[in-house]
Design a protein around this ligand. Structure first.
Ligand SMILES: *Cc1c(COP(=O)(O)O)cnc(C)c1O
Length: 389
């Protein structure tokens, strides 16, 4: 590279990524093939519009590309192209969710999802996000005792608030949901049922987590987390919503699609359809369970008592370490996590009472159960020693 300054930074980041243990639940390592597609000449092409209906000439190849990626996306999640449609153009998860609201809601109408404090996402109507400024977010939390979903409470909130969209899907909730119960709640109040599987898409593709597709009207997902693709997003919708969603993505929220990223999504969908990916997804969940069990045996409190997925949170305050302190202590030792609010946290989100741990990235690196036991001991030692100082 002629630009030595940026080249040096790329090398520094490569070195950092290789030298740390990455337990950030939303991150992963893409394959060289995904990187190859990201760095391809598709980045040079403008393709506003959709296959066969573009606003630029020279789109035959990108038309074929976008159609291939759409077919792969539907196939990976076992969806009939007659019943379901998919939009592969969203730049990332946040604009994808924005497009869904724009397609379905008038300004000021209500969205009900999990609160940010309980493990929900900003884009599910949080006040500080556009989704909570342009629409009204009304949120459900978790049961205080089990720290798990309380469907009775969600039904009560839905009946009282009558939201137009009910959202399942979270960023820091570790348990398997019952999508059928969510569907019933949505039906009871006439809401559209949307599921944001950003965190779990790879686990669903790998058949180790329940699929929302039999119950949902709309499913959104990022592609960079457990699905192990580039930073992008997909919006799946039942046929009757498809046109409105397409119009909301372009020209509603976005301009030209990033066709190099669409190509990389295609590569990751191909990879996720291989038998190896099923083994990967299974190992991701096994690793999370072994790691959380080992930490629990060492005396750490796991939120909700365990995990059914690739992630879990631990209450570090129980041992006198704040989430921010834990994050810093672990980073000094080369273990990368993020601070995270625990349910009913009394501390601020800037320095909450816990950390979130995920195993998608380390499993890509080849870690297995034995490594999880060693990691648990290391995390325990680092946090307890840090606390003594
Ligand atoms: C990560 C995430 C998003 C947003 O993704 P970005 O690509 O960061 O915009 C949306 N919803 C959920 C549940 C997420 O976990």
């Amino acid at each position: 590279m002629r630009d030595k300054q940026i080249e040096k930074l790329i090398e520094a980041e490569e070195k950092r990524q290789k030298s740390v243990v990455n337990l950030i639940a939303s991150e992963n390592f893409v394959s060289p093939d995904v990187l190859r597609a990201l760095g391809s000449v598709f980045t040079n092409k403008y393709a506003e519009g959709y296959p066969g209906k573009r606003y630029y000439a020279g789109c035959e190849t990108v038309d074929e590309l976008e159609n291939v990626v759409k077919t792969r996306a539907l196939k990976l999640f076992k969806l009939s192209p007659r019943a379901w449609s998919v939009n592969v153009q969203p730049y990332s998860g946040s604009p994808a969710n924005l497009a869904v609201y724009l397609a379905l809601l008038k300004p000021g109408e209500k969205i009900t999802g999990m609160s940010l404090a309980a493990g929900g996402h900003l884009t599910h109507g949080a006040k500080i996000s556009a989704s909570g400024k342009l629409w009204r977010g009304v949120h459900y939390g978790l049961d205080r005792k089990t720290e798990q979903l309380d469907y009775g409470a969600i039904l009560r909130i839905a009946k009282k608030e009558r939201p137009k969209i009910l959202i399942a899907g979270w960023s820091a909730y570790s348990r398997k949901p019952d999508f059928k119960k969510f569907r019933k709640i949505a039906d009871a109040v006439g809401a559209t049922f949307m599921v944001d599987i950003s965190h779990f898409a790879g686990l669903i593709a790998g058949d180790v987590y329940p699929s929302p597709f039999p119950y949902a009207d709309i499913v959104t997902t990022t592609t960079q987390k457990t699905l192990r693709g580039p930073r992008a997003a997909l919006i799946f919708s039942r046929a009757k919503y498809a046109k409105a969603i397409d119009r909301a993505v372009f020209p509603g929220v976005q301009g030209g699609p990033h066709m190099n990223v669409v190509a990389a999504v295609g590569v990751s969908l191909y990879e996720a359809s291989r038998p190896e990916f099923k083994r990967y997804a299974k190992q991701v969940v096994k690793n999370a369970q072994v790691l959380s069990d080992a930490l629990a045996r060492l005396g750490w409190r796991i939120v909700s008592g365990g995990t059914d997925s690739h992630l879990f949170s631990i209450d570090t305050m129980m041992c006198g370490v704040s989430g921010g302190e834990a994050e810093a202590l672990l980073e000094k030792a080369g273990i990368i996590v993020n601070r995270e609010s625990i349910p009913f946290d009394i501390r601020s989100p800037q320095d909450p009472s816990g950390i979130r741990i995920g195993t998608a990235a380390v499993t890509t690196r080849g870690m297995k159960e034995r490594d999880m036991i060693r990691l648990a001991r290391a995390i325990d030692r680092i946090l307890r020693n840090g606390n003594r100082r």
